[in-house]
Design a protein around this ligand. Structure first.
Ligand code: SAM
Length: 245
């Protein structure tokens, strides 16, 4: 089994995002950056999908990314966007005007409290987007069974398929997700299959607010579901503009 964000998971990352048709996070990131000064560090900048457009529109942002394959994709597609190869846990390079952690990268960290404390030492302004696994918790998606997730047509005409299987550890608030990536030729014959596993922490509203309070962060602004949908909708995705206290 491959570790995260390598192989098909890296190569097909942006195509799967496009296939999902979710609203882009770029406008929320831009709004946050416009009102804050100084250089920004984007943790988990991946293939440059969001970093590239931010740099292209003139924001002073550097990426920090742990997967060498994602770093290579980003540098190839957006050569003007600076990317540091490394992890947040080992990054020790002074202070930033702000730190950005969009998508759900923060939930991949094993020690969220420790990382929020470290982030507090690095900056006074933090952008965070988190997702809450309502579909997994409510049983809308089956537990411990493979299900079809998404499918893309690759530039070569081959098919890329993603299946997912998850389990939940309620005590620790963890979602353990396996991904199975399969490439198939035009006749449907399997060419190659790869599996990855990731553990995501999730937080109830109360738990998150406690965590932020304990680590010296206060919420300046909260945006639900990337600004899409109605006020009464379940909050699947929460974006927070945080300020140090
Ligand atoms: C969910 S993806 C999001 C990628 C990108 N932000 C986007 O929205 O397209 C998470 C990314 O964070 C990276 N990552 C995970 N843990 C990290 C860490 N501790 N430090 C730096 N990058 C990390 C992964 O390699 C991956 O590229």
């Amino acid at each position: 089994m491959k570790s995260g964000y390598q192989g098909f998971e890296a190569k097909w990352h942006d195509l799967f995002w496009e296939a999902e048709e979710a609203p882009s996070e770029v406008p929320l990131l831009e709004k946050f950056l416009e009102a804050r000064e100084g250089k920004s560090l984007y943790v988990g900048s991946g293939s440059g999908r969001l970093l590239g457009p931010l740099v292209q529109s003139g924001h002073e942002v550097a990426g920090l990314e742990i997967s060498s394959e994602m770093v290579a994709l980003s540098r190839e597609k957006y050569p003007d966007a600076e990317v540091i190869e490394g992890s947040l846990q080992e990054h020790d390079e002074g202070r930033y005007g702000s730190v950005l952690i969009p998508a759900f990268t923060f939930q991949l960290f094993e020690d969220p409290q420790r990382q929020l404390q470290r982030l507090r030492e690095m900056t006074d302004h933090l952008y965070l987007t988190l997702f809450f696994p309502w579909a997994e918790l409510s049983g809308d998606l089956p537990r411990n069974a493979w299900y079809f997730d998404r499918k893309i047509t690759l530039p070569s005409g081959e098919i890329g398929e993603l299946e997912t299987r998850h389990r939940i550890k309620e005590q620790t608030g963890s979602l353990i997700r396996k991904h199975r990536y399969t490439s198939k030729d035009v006749t449907g014959k399997i060419i190659r299959r790869e599996e990855t596993e990731q553990r995501l922490r999730f937080f109830t509203d109360v738990a998150l607010k406690n965590l932020l309070k304990k680590t010296g962060w206060q919420i300046e602004k909260e945006i639900n579901n990337l600004g899409d949908g109605d006020e009464d909708d379940l909050v699947y995705v929460a974006t927070l503009y945080l300020k140090g206290v």
